[in-house]
Design a binder for this molecule. Sequence first.
Ligand code: SAH
Length: 456
Amino acid sequence: MNKDEILELKIEDIGTDGEGIGHVDGYTLFVKDALPGDVVKAKVIKAKKSYGYGRLLEVIESSPDRCEAKCPAARACGGCQIQHMDYAAQLRMKQKRVKDCFTRIGGFEESFIDSVMHEIIGMEKPWHYRNKAQFPVGLNKEGKAVTGFYAGRTHSVIDTPHCFIQFEENDAIMEAVRGFIDKEHISVYNEETGKGLVRHVLTRKGFATDEIAVCIIINEDKVPKAEKLVESLLGACPKIKSITFNVNKEKTNVILGEKTEVLYGSEYIYDYIGDVKFRISPKSFFQVNPVQTKVLYGLALDLAKKDTDLKNLTVWDLYCGIGTISLFLAKEAGHVHGVEIVPAAIEDAKENAKLNGITNAEFYVGAAEDVAPSLPKPDVIVVDPPRKGCDEKLLATILKHNPPKVVYVSCDPATLARDVKILCEGGYTLEYIQPVDQFGHTVHVETCACLTKSGH
Ligand code: SAH
C-alpha cells in the first residue's frame, strides 16, 4: 500500500471515531465518512506497515444505513461525525458498541449481556438538541466574519450559518454577532499572531425557561461599540436575558478567561432538569442536552431506588460535577455526599443545592479516589466518571466498603466494561445495562449500569 494510491474496497466495520474500516489484501484501511456496507473508492493519504488512512472519493455502492447529511458542512465540520448515517442505524451501532465492550473488554458471555442489557433510548428529536454553542470566530477569504465549529482535528473555522444540532435561535444570534463585527469593523482574533479582538461566541439556552445568554470572549478589556452589539442581539432574539463579555488575553486553547462583565441583563440564566433548578453563568458547566440528561440521570435515580428505600440511607455521588445527580438523589435519600475535582463546579453544586432548598447534600472538592476513603459509610454509590473511567484506587475503596448497590453512569463503554469487570470479580453482580443517546450524529454513547451485591 502506498500513499496516493486509489483503491476500491468494501467497508465492513465502524471505528470508535465513526470512521469506516475495510480491508484490501489483508491491509486495513480507515476511511472517514464511509459506512459499513458501503463499497467506496478511497485515496490513501497515510500508509503505515499494516494499516493506513484513506480519503473517501466516491461511494460506489451505498450502505443501507446511508442517508443524506442535513448539514452541508457535515463532512468538514468536527462537530458531527456520522450525519450521513440514518438515525436508527446510529442507535443500532451504539447499542452494538456497548455490547461489544462488555463481551470483549468485560469478558462477559454474550447471552448474559443480552439478558441484562436494554435497548438504547434514542432521542425523540435528534436535531437542535444542544443548549450550548461555543463557536470560534474566524475570517473567510473575503475578510468577512465566520462562526462555526473547528474542522476535525484542526483549528480552522468552518463557516456554519445553520447548525442543525444547536438550539434553533443560535443561528440568528451568531448572524447578529457576525453582522456587528463586519459592520462596525471589529477585528477578529488570530491564533497565530495573538492579535485581534473577538475570539469566541458562547451562547446558551435554558430549554425549560426559554432564557438565552450570550457571552463574547475578547482579547482586550472592553467591547467597542457595545451598545450596537446589544441592540443587534436583542433585535435578533428577544429571548436573550443575559449579554456578557469575557476577557481572555492568553495564547491558549482554553476558551474562557478570568473576568466576565455584564453588558445587558443578568450574568445568569436559569434552567431545570426535571424539577431541579440550576443557575448558569458563562463559566458554569451544564449538561448540553438537558432532555436526554433527564432520561439518563432519571434512570440512575430509578436504579438507585429500585428495591431500596433511600429515605434514611447514605449515598455517594462521585465525579459529581455541578451536582446534577446529587440533587436528584437528595430529594429521595437521607444524605448525599458529592465529590468533584473542579472547585468551580463544587461552588455551583452548593449554590444549586441552596437554590433548591436542599440541605441534605454535602459537596467536597478533590479527586474521588482520595476523598472517598474518608466519607461516611455508603449504602449506595453512584459514579459518573469522565471517559477514562474510575481510578483503580477508587474501585478498591468501593470493594472495601462493599455497599449493596453501585450505579455507574458512563460516557465511555470501554472503561465502563473494564471497571464493571473489576467490580464483578470483587463479588458484584451486573443487573442492568441501559445505553442512552445524548449526542445524535456524534459517536458518543452514554450508559447507565447497575450492580448489586447479595448477602446484605
Ligand atoms: N454528573 C456530573 C457530570 C460528571 S462528568 C454533572 O451533572 O455535573 C465527570 C466529572 O468528573 C467532571 O466534572 C470532572 O471534572 C470530574 N472529575 C474528573 N476526574 C475526577 C476525579 N479524579 N475525581 C473527582 N472528579 C473528577
